[in-house]
Write a new protein. Sequence first.
Length: 348
Amino acid sequence: MRRNIFQWALHKTLGGLVRLSGNMGIDLGTANTLVCVHERGIVLDEPSVVAIDDQTGQVLAVGNDAKRMVGRTPARISAIRPLRNGVIADFDVTEAMIRYFIRKVHNRQLFVHPSVVIGVPSGVTEVERRAVEDAARQAGAWQTRIMDEPMAAAIGAGMPVSEPVGNMVVDIGGGTSEVAVISMGGICAQRSLRIAGEAMDEAIATYLRQEVNLYIGETTAEQIKINIGSAFPLPQEMTMQVRGKDVITGLPRKVVVSSAEIREACAEPVAAILEVVKESLDATPPELAADIMNRGIVLVGGGALLRGIDQLISAETDIPVYVAENPMHCVVLGTALYLEQLGELPFD
């Protein structure tokens, strides 16, 4: 009897703590992790990177601090991305990263156990979903629910997902590209492709190494994509000076590359994303396809910011294509709105 009373009191105490702590939606992305807290908005947007001392296993830095170390660390320190292609590649490091972000959001309080909704790619397996749940729970989350990123993105973009009309969302992230047709609160057709922004970075680095004998790192490749990358011919092509290491001599060197060259470099991953959009349209029921023709396709995720990708998809499908407002924030806003609308979540 005394034990039952103690358990009831502990449950009440922890339950009060959960309500006092800020429940949060998390977009656990391959490239960046974003956190949105109820009534506070987006409070964290940092790279999904962790710096670790290989000799001791100690976490030295997380997020922005760790991102600055990529490619610049001594031999005993590794700056790694614990998520690859939208799934956990290193469970322990992912757990440490989530714990760091939760505590940072809550001003490093030790006894904080929020309820959490985490957006993950729709193509992940049940084992991979369970790994995300376990990592969040080990990191201090009191209750956890996993949500498909396309649905979260559609909610965050303000699409009428609960109405009986077809809505198509294309989420181009860092590790995965997700395409989904949503109607009446459910996903009617979907495709997931583990080719996205990081594949474009790798394609740019490979192109420069093969075509101009210049070796560059992933940070430089990403910066090139952001500055002059495009998927469709530009009204006025751009150029950029790139510094790297000569493949033959090994000495530092700089070259000037054009947006046309970078578009050629990214052609293969962009074509793969376009193909998965076409496959999703082919799998869509006729009535919903007609709705999409009228309403258009909405692009979200960091890849939606690639110049001209909306024009390319529109030209190839003959359907209007729109880039969502704040496309990089749609998933995390969707998870937070989902958490808010549910109120007391029926967690398992």
